[in-house]
Design a protein. Structure first.
Length: 237
Protein backbone atom coordinates (compact mmCIF):
# COMPACT_ATOMS: atom_id res chain seq x y z
CA UNK A 1 0.00 0.00 0.00
CA UNK A 2 1.40 3.40 -0.99
CA UNK A 3 2.48 5.69 1.80
CA UNK A 4 0.59 9.00 1.77
CA UNK A 5 3.05 11.92 1.73
CA UNK A 6 2.54 15.22 3.48
CA UNK A 7 -0.14 17.32 1.79
CA UNK A 8 -0.79 20.95 2.70
CA UNK A 9 -3.72 23.12 1.65
CA UNK A 10 -2.50 26.36 0.07
CA UNK A 11 -5.91 27.62 -1.10
CA UNK A 12 -9.03 25.78 0.13
CA UNK A 13 -10.61 23.57 -2.55
CA UNK A 14 -8.18 25.02 -5.10
CA UNK A 15 -4.50 24.37 -4.47
CA UNK A 16 -2.46 21.82 -2.50
CA UNK A 17 1.23 21.15 -1.91
CA UNK A 18 2.50 17.56 -1.88
CA UNK A 19 5.88 17.22 -0.17
CA UNK A 20 7.98 14.23 -1.18
CA UNK A 21 11.38 13.10 0.06
CA UNK A 22 14.07 11.05 -1.61
CA UNK A 23 15.47 9.07 -0.02
CA UNK A 24 12.70 8.87 2.62
CA UNK A 25 13.17 10.65 5.96
CA UNK A 26 16.72 11.89 5.33
CA UNK A 27 16.24 13.11 1.77
CA UNK A 28 15.80 16.59 0.36
CA UNK A 29 12.14 17.60 0.18
CA UNK A 30 10.75 18.10 -3.31
CA UNK A 31 7.38 19.67 -4.01
CA UNK A 32 4.65 18.92 -6.46
CA UNK A 33 1.33 20.72 -6.60
CA UNK A 34 -2.30 19.92 -7.26
CA UNK A 35 -4.33 22.67 -8.92
CA UNK A 36 -8.10 22.34 -9.17
CA UNK A 37 -9.55 24.06 -12.21
CA UNK A 38 -12.85 23.68 -13.99
CA UNK A 39 -11.65 20.44 -15.58
CA UNK A 40 -10.45 18.49 -12.56
CA UNK A 41 -6.95 18.38 -11.10
CA UNK A 42 -3.71 19.42 -12.76
CA UNK A 43 -0.58 17.91 -11.23
CA UNK A 44 2.38 20.27 -11.46
CA UNK A 45 5.60 18.21 -11.31
CA UNK A 46 5.65 14.68 -9.96
CA UNK A 47 8.80 13.86 -7.99
CA UNK A 48 11.12 10.89 -8.51
CA UNK A 49 10.28 7.69 -10.43
CA UNK A 50 9.19 5.93 -7.23
CA UNK A 51 6.74 8.65 -6.12
CA UNK A 52 3.80 7.84 -8.39
CA UNK A 53 1.82 5.71 -5.94
CA UNK A 54 2.31 8.28 -3.17
CA UNK A 55 0.95 11.05 -5.36
CA UNK A 56 -2.11 9.00 -6.30
CA UNK A 57 -2.73 8.22 -2.62
CA UNK A 58 -2.46 11.89 -1.68
CA UNK A 59 -4.82 13.06 -4.41
CA UNK A 60 -7.46 10.35 -4.09
CA UNK A 61 -9.88 12.38 -1.94
CA UNK A 62 -9.36 15.64 -3.85
CA UNK A 63 -10.52 14.62 -7.31
CA UNK A 64 -9.31 13.13 -10.56
CA UNK A 65 -5.92 14.09 -11.98
CA UNK A 66 -6.55 15.03 -15.61
CA UNK A 67 -3.08 16.07 -16.71
CA UNK A 68 0.53 16.51 -15.56
CA UNK A 69 2.49 19.69 -16.24
CA UNK A 70 6.28 19.45 -15.97
CA UNK A 71 8.25 22.61 -15.10
CA UNK A 72 11.50 20.97 -16.24
CA UNK A 73 12.82 17.51 -17.05
CA UNK A 74 15.01 16.83 -14.03
CA UNK A 75 14.46 13.45 -12.31
CA UNK A 76 13.17 14.97 -9.06
CA UNK A 77 10.44 16.88 -10.94
CA UNK A 78 9.49 14.60 -13.82
CA UNK A 79 10.51 11.18 -12.54
CA UNK A 80 7.02 9.73 -12.06
CA UNK A 81 5.55 11.26 -15.22
CA UNK A 82 5.84 8.07 -17.29
CA UNK A 83 4.28 5.80 -14.65
CA UNK A 84 1.46 8.21 -13.79
CA UNK A 85 0.67 8.90 -17.41
CA UNK A 86 0.31 5.18 -18.11
CA UNK A 87 -1.58 4.34 -14.93
CA UNK A 88 -4.07 7.21 -15.16
CA UNK A 89 -4.17 7.45 -18.97
CA UNK A 90 -3.45 11.17 -18.90
CA UNK A 91 -1.18 13.46 -20.96
CA UNK A 92 2.06 15.02 -19.81
CA UNK A 93 2.43 18.66 -20.84
CA UNK A 94 5.86 20.25 -21.19
CA UNK A 95 7.42 23.08 -23.13
CA UNK A 96 8.25 22.12 -26.70
CA UNK A 97 11.99 22.46 -25.95
CA UNK A 98 11.70 19.95 -23.09
CA UNK A 99 9.78 17.23 -24.93
CA UNK A 100 12.83 15.41 -26.34
CA UNK A 101 14.30 14.98 -22.83
CA UNK A 102 11.08 13.42 -21.55
CA UNK A 103 10.89 11.11 -24.57
CA UNK A 104 14.48 9.97 -24.13
CA UNK A 105 15.66 11.39 -27.45
CA UNK A 106 18.12 13.83 -25.83
CA UNK A 107 19.72 14.42 -22.45
CA UNK A 108 20.16 17.78 -20.77
CA UNK A 109 23.78 17.11 -19.81
CA UNK A 110 24.77 17.11 -23.50
CA UNK A 111 23.46 20.64 -24.08
CA UNK A 112 25.59 23.79 -24.10
CA UNK A 113 25.96 25.40 -20.71
CA UNK A 114 27.69 25.29 -17.33
CA UNK A 115 30.33 22.56 -17.19
CA UNK A 116 29.68 21.98 -13.47
CA UNK A 117 25.97 21.55 -14.09
CA UNK A 118 26.57 19.21 -17.02
CA UNK A 119 28.97 17.06 -14.97
CA UNK A 120 26.49 16.75 -12.10
CA UNK A 121 23.66 15.82 -14.46
CA UNK A 122 25.91 13.33 -16.28
CA UNK A 123 26.86 11.65 -13.00
CA UNK A 124 23.22 11.50 -11.89
CA UNK A 125 22.18 10.06 -15.26
CA UNK A 126 24.83 7.35 -15.09
CA UNK A 127 24.10 6.59 -11.43
CA UNK A 128 20.58 5.47 -12.33
CA UNK A 129 18.64 8.73 -12.19
CA UNK A 130 17.73 8.77 -15.85
CA UNK A 131 14.15 9.76 -16.63
CA UNK A 132 11.82 6.91 -17.59
CA UNK A 133 10.59 7.53 -21.13
CA UNK A 134 7.27 9.36 -21.35
CA UNK A 135 5.21 8.39 -24.40
CA UNK A 136 2.16 10.66 -24.07
CA UNK A 137 3.78 14.11 -24.14
CA UNK A 138 2.00 17.20 -25.44
CA UNK A 139 4.16 20.26 -26.24
CA UNK A 140 3.03 23.64 -24.96
CA UNK A 141 4.24 27.18 -25.60
CA UNK A 142 4.63 30.38 -23.62
CA UNK A 143 1.37 32.29 -23.34
CA UNK A 144 -0.87 29.24 -23.35
CA UNK A 145 -3.46 28.71 -20.62
CA UNK A 146 -3.96 25.36 -18.94
CA UNK A 147 -7.23 25.26 -16.99
CA UNK A 148 -6.69 28.61 -15.28
CA UNK A 149 -2.88 28.53 -15.29
CA UNK A 150 -0.83 30.91 -17.43
CA UNK A 151 2.33 29.40 -18.89
CA UNK A 152 5.62 31.32 -19.11
CA UNK A 153 8.74 30.00 -20.84
CA UNK A 154 11.59 30.76 -18.41
CA UNK A 155 14.66 29.02 -19.88
CA UNK A 156 18.07 28.82 -18.26
CA UNK A 157 17.75 26.18 -15.57
CA UNK A 158 16.96 23.90 -18.52
CA UNK A 159 16.21 24.93 -22.10
CA UNK A 160 12.50 24.27 -21.74
CA UNK A 161 11.92 25.33 -18.15
CA UNK A 162 8.51 26.85 -17.58
CA UNK A 163 6.77 28.74 -14.81
CA UNK A 164 3.03 28.92 -14.18
CA UNK A 165 0.93 31.76 -12.81
CA UNK A 166 -2.49 31.24 -11.24
CA UNK A 167 -4.32 34.60 -11.21
CA UNK A 168 -7.17 33.17 -9.13
CA UNK A 169 -4.85 32.61 -6.15
CA UNK A 170 -2.06 35.05 -7.13
CA UNK A 171 0.34 32.10 -7.03
CA UNK A 172 3.55 31.71 -9.03
CA UNK A 173 4.97 28.22 -9.61
CA UNK A 174 8.66 28.78 -10.37
CA UNK A 175 10.13 25.26 -10.53
CA UNK A 176 13.80 25.48 -9.50
CA UNK A 177 14.35 29.09 -10.58
CA UNK A 178 14.05 30.01 -6.90
CA UNK A 179 14.02 27.90 -3.78
CA UNK A 180 12.39 28.70 -0.44
CA UNK A 181 14.44 26.50 1.88
CA UNK A 182 15.20 29.53 4.07
CA UNK A 183 12.84 32.21 5.44
CA UNK A 184 13.32 34.34 2.31
CA UNK A 185 13.44 33.19 -1.34
CA UNK A 186 16.84 32.58 -2.91
CA UNK A 187 17.94 32.01 -6.50
CA UNK A 188 18.09 28.36 -7.51
CA UNK A 189 21.46 26.67 -7.18
CA UNK A 190 23.74 27.36 -10.13
CA UNK A 191 25.34 23.92 -10.07
CA UNK A 192 22.04 22.50 -11.35
CA UNK A 193 21.45 25.35 -13.83
CA UNK A 194 22.71 25.28 -17.41
CA UNK A 195 22.70 29.04 -17.95
CA UNK A 196 22.26 31.35 -14.97
CA UNK A 197 22.27 34.56 -17.02
CA UNK A 198 19.54 33.31 -19.33
CA UNK A 199 17.53 32.12 -16.34
CA UNK A 200 17.70 35.52 -14.64
CA UNK A 201 16.80 37.35 -17.83
CA UNK A 202 13.80 35.11 -18.43
CA UNK A 203 12.59 35.63 -14.86
CA UNK A 204 12.04 39.32 -15.51
CA UNK A 205 8.60 38.15 -16.65
CA UNK A 206 7.79 37.54 -12.98
CA UNK A 207 7.81 41.21 -12.04
CA UNK A 208 4.92 41.93 -14.41
CA UNK A 209 2.63 39.48 -12.59
CA UNK A 210 0.31 40.24 -9.70
CA UNK A 211 1.75 37.40 -7.63
CA UNK A 212 1.65 37.24 -3.85
CA UNK A 213 2.69 33.62 -3.24
CA UNK A 214 5.84 31.93 -4.56
CA UNK A 215 5.67 28.16 -4.92
CA UNK A 216 9.10 26.66 -5.53
CA UNK A 217 10.20 23.13 -6.26
CA UNK A 218 12.02 22.96 -2.93
CA UNK A 219 10.92 24.69 0.25
CA UNK A 220 7.79 26.12 1.80
CA UNK A 221 5.30 28.45 0.11
CA UNK A 222 6.40 32.05 0.52
CA UNK A 223 3.80 34.81 0.72
CA UNK A 224 4.48 38.54 0.52
CA UNK A 225 2.49 41.59 -0.55
CA UNK A 226 5.80 42.89 -1.95
CA UNK A 227 6.76 39.71 -3.78
CA UNK A 228 7.44 41.40 -7.13
CA UNK A 229 9.88 43.86 -5.61
CA UNK A 230 11.65 41.14 -3.61
CA UNK A 231 12.08 38.92 -6.66
CA UNK A 232 13.26 41.81 -8.80
CA UNK A 233 16.07 42.56 -6.32
CA UNK A 234 17.22 38.95 -6.41
CA UNK A 235 17.03 38.66 -10.19
CA UNK A 236 19.02 41.84 -10.81
CA UNK A 237 21.79 41.29 -8.26
Amino acid sequence: MAKTPKITTIAPDKLWQITLQFPPVIGVATNCWLWKGEDGLTLIDCGYPNNGEEIVAASRELGEIRRIVITHAHPDHAGSAAALSRALNIPVLAHEEEVDYLQGKKTIHTENGSLICKCILWMAHNAGFALPTVNNVQPVKSGERIDGLELLHTPGHTPGSISLFAPATQSLFCGDNFHTLFPKPALGHLWFTLDGQKRNASMNQYVTLDAKTLLAGHGKPYRSDNLNAELKLLINR
